[in-house]
Structures are given as C-alpha cells and as structure tokens.
Design a protein around this ligand. Structure first.
Ligand SMILES: Nc1ncnc2c1ncn2[C@@H]1O[C@H](COP(=O)(O)OP(=O)(O)OP(=O)(O)O)[C@@H](O)[C@H]1O
Length: 101
C-alpha cells in the first residue's frame, strides 16, 4: 500500500526510520473509527508538537483506497482552517499521519 511518498522514506544509513524514532508519543487526543490520535513531539525539536493519527491497518481492510485518496487530497490542501498533513509513515500494522496540531 503506497501510503507514503518518496520524500517520507527517510533513511538513516540503510535502515528506514520508524515513526517512533522521530517522535515521542504523549497523550491521546481522541479516537476515530479506525484510528487513535496522539499528541507527539519531534525528538529533534522539543517545542514542535504535532498530532499523529495512528490508523490500524486491520480495521481499515477494504477501505485502503479511501485512505489513499484522503492522503492525496490532504497533501495538496493549504488553508488556514484546515490542518496540514506533514508526513506519513507506513509500518507493519499501522499507517501514521503526522498532522498539524
Ligand atoms: N490535528 C488534530 N489536532 C488535535 N486533535 C485532533 C487532531 N486530529 C484529530 N484530533 C482528535 O482526535 C479525534 C479523532 O480524530 P479523527 O480524525 O480520527 O476522527 P474521525 O474522522 O472520526 O476518524 P476516522 O477517520 O477514523 O473516521 C478528533 O475528534 C479530535 O478530538
């Protein structure tokens, strides 16, 4: 499932960087139908807080295309009233959307 673009496939040497390498997860901000949303902090910049939507791939089954479309649209949107999608990560069991707080 190509949920992330080339720019997001950050490599640290030969190892793909995981979302937990880059962010410290804090409180739960809310829950959605397929996801849990966490407050998180970039490990490299402690002042930089984001929301990370953690989507369970199992719960998503059959609706992957809708998520791909949502990601495509969110990547293009730039509007003061719409939270910006910064990065996406895909791991074995989850897709992570790093979103403006
Ligand atoms: N960028 C954000 N900043 C702060 N809180 C957020 C943010 N995104 C989501 N939340 C919180 O997490 C809750 C769930 O968000 P989510 O986007 O998953 O809702 P949903 O659209 O119902 O979910 P789903 O896409 O799984 O159907 C929201 O109601 C809100 O409280």
């Amino acid at each position: 499932m190509p949920f992330f673009n080339k720019k997001d496939k950050t490599k640290d040497g030969d190892r793909k960087v995981s979302v937990k390498d880059r962010f410290e997860f804090k409180d739960v901000l809310g829950t959605g139908a397929f996801s849990k949303v966490f407050l998180a902090e970039y490990k490299t910049d402690e002042r930089n807080l984001v929301a990370i939507k953690c989507i369970d791939k199992k719960a998503l089954k059959g609706k992957e295309e809708s998520l791909e479309n949502e990601i495509k649209v969110l990547r293009k949107l730039r509007h003061p009233n719409i939270v910006q999608l910064y990065e996406t990560y895909e791991e074995k069991h989850h897709v992570y959307l790093v979103i403006e707080l």
